[in-house]
Design a protein around this ligand. Structure first.
Ligand code: UD1
Ligand code: MG
Length: 247
């Protein structure tokens, strides 16, 4: 039997405005079959971490908090300015208890991920003994997602956002689901080193992969369950896709 040692906490990123939705409503509050997207994510989060879930709120913080708190037990951390996914995770630092061994990071706009997949992510992460594990899938059309860049040996080197990618990198079909399992100590020390010198001027969480590789702490890929599970909702079209996927 695989051992799951050490406590697992979850961080849910839900502070973004969702500019590409072209709506005033916070992105994670858009509904799929009568439930806000973030509630689907919270259901899986609670299954693997109980009440050790920290939700990062920012845009329409009170509305998002109310929607979550009405359904689940969770802590909230405020990201006052949305400076990127790396900055968002940093805002959870004080809410993550000292006994936490690893942190599973979820995006509030990736609603269909199953608890079973998250459990497998944690088990594979612990078995591999590395600092960072990224849940990735191969997509026929990788447009819009961060690409998983591997070396000639097949080992993960870094994640490149589409806006920062070369033509060659854009052709990579293996994408970042936005879901990770990271050793807690490594996570917060690595985030202190992340810079915002990229196309979007943001602090990218994805940069912790390159830091782990450079420092020899280890980063690797866990292959996700299905494309459906990791569909990210950035536009009204994506929301419709997810609605149809749920039938
Ligand atoms: C992100 C990943 C990308 C991945 C994709 C999967 C980064 C830099 N990129 O891109 O590699 O393929 O998710 O769906 O991480 N958020 C905050 N605060 C912020 C910014 C974002 O809380 O300052 C939240 C958003 O509300 C959202 C999540 O983080 O729930 C992801 O942000 P989003 O802007 O959608 O990132 P993507 O461009 O989709
Ligand atoms: Mg997104």
């Amino acid at each position: 039997m695989s051992k799951t040692t050490g406590k697992t906490a979850v961080i849910v990123l839900a502070a973004g405005k969702g500019t590409r939705m072209k709506s005033d409503k916070a992105k994670v509050l858009h509904e799929v079959h009568g439930r806000p997207m973030v509630d689907y994510v919270m259901a899986s989060a609670s299954e693997i971490a109980g009440s050790d879930v920290v939700v990062i709120v920012g845009h329409q913080a009170e509305a998002v908090k109310a929607a979550v708190a009405g359904q689940r037990k969770a802590l909230f951390a405020l990201q006052e300015e949305q400076l990127g996914t790396g900055h968002a995770v940093m805002c959870a630092r004080d809410a993550i208890g000292p006994s936490t061994r690893q942190v599973v990071i979820l995006c509030g706009d990736v609603p269909l991920v199953r608890a079973e997949t998250l459990r497998r992510l944690v088990v594979e992460h612990e078995a591999a003994g590395r600092a960072v594990s990224v849940l990735a899938v191969s997509l026929e059309d990788p447009t819009g997602y961060g690409r998983m860049v591997t070396g000639e040996d097949g080992a993960l080197r870094c994640i490149v956002e589409e806006k920062d990618a070369s033509a060659e990198q854009r052709a990579i079909q293996e994408v970042n689901s936005g879901i990770y399992c990271v050793d807690a100590d490594f996570l917060f020390s690595a985030l202190d080193k992340v810079k915002s010198d990229n196309a979007q001027g943001e602090y990218y969480l994805t940069d912790i992969v390159e830091i782990a590789v450079q420092e020899g702490a280890g980063a690797g890929i866990v292959i996700g369950g299905s494309a459906r599970e990791v569909t990210g909702v950035n536009t009204v079209n994506d929301l419709e896709t997810v609605r149809q996927m749920l039938g």
